[in-house]
Design a protein around this ligand. Structure first.
Ligand code: SAM
Length: 218
């Protein structure tokens, strides 16, 4: 047999901080001062441990309103498209064009578990719609999934279709700036998800204008 390192300890073996695996794409957070060849060696170790890995990137940071990662390829063919499974659902995305963090899957399951049949939900910074789709998979809710990034809305729509037979509620996807919501949508919402940690406070006035009495804001 060929010996393979244990995946959970790879980051320790490589002496680097942790990495994210998003389907066949692996992303290392770049730490200043660590030479690039250390990352290249770690990338090869990761690729040996996970046979499905196609590309390994270094993430220099996350920039702009769209929260897009600045990526440098250190291993593989550079393909940034991925398909991932989360909470029994499937998501397609391009890691270079949209924000997606698999570490939030527990929070998405938690919020979905709080949602009730008949709720009208607004997912205000939806990305590729993992919160929206998780909610509609658990509750007969109507979810409006909005994002300013057209690629996020494209993948959100694709993901609604991909998961269609697992949904009991419905998800409507809209590409719009959240600041324009009060003049764009009618009615009010029982639950509003504001998953944009760097800016959600700036949108509290919009959320409050759209919230029904007794609504929950996340
Ligand atoms: N909720 C998603 C998830 O769980 O994967 C991703 C959230 S990501 C941290 C923040 C998202 O907010 C990005 O997809 C970005 O494009 C979107 N965004 C930023 N400013 C926005 C605005 N003014 N209106 C609508 N969406 C916005």
């Amino acid at each position: 047999f060929e010996a393979r390192p244990r995946a959970s300890r790879l980051s320790e073996l490589a002496g680097l901080s942790g990495f994210l695996k998003i389907g066949p794409v692996v992303i290392f957070n770049y730490t200043r001062g660590v030479p690039i060849d250390r990352y290249a060696a770690a990338a090869e170790e990761v690729a040996r441990a996970y046979r499905d890995v196609r590309s390994v990137f270094l993430k220099l940071g996350t920039t702009g309103e769209l929260r897009l990662p600045q990526l440098v390829l250190v291993y593989g063919d550079g393909d940034t498209e991925a398909e991932v499974k989360e909470n029994g659902l499937r998501f397609r995305l391009d890691v270079s064009r949209v924000y997606y963090n698999p570490r939030l899957s527990g929070e998405r399951a938690r919020v979905a578990g709080l949602s009730r049949d008949g709720e009208v939900v607004l997912d205000m910074f939806s990305g590729v719609a993992p919160f929206s789709i998780a909610i509609a998979s658990r509750a007969r809710a109507h979810v409006l999934s909005i994002d300013i990034n057209p690629y996020a809305s494209y993948y959100a729509a694709v993901n609604v279709e991909e998961n269609r037979r697992r949904l009991v509620g419905d998800v409507e996807v809209l590409r719009v700036d959240a600041r324009r919501l009060p003049e764009t949508v009618d009615g009010s919402f029982d639950r509003i998800i504001m998953n944009n940690p760097t800016a959600s406070v700036e949108f509290l006035d919009v959320a409050c204008a759209l919230a029904s009495g007794g609504a929950s804001l996340h």
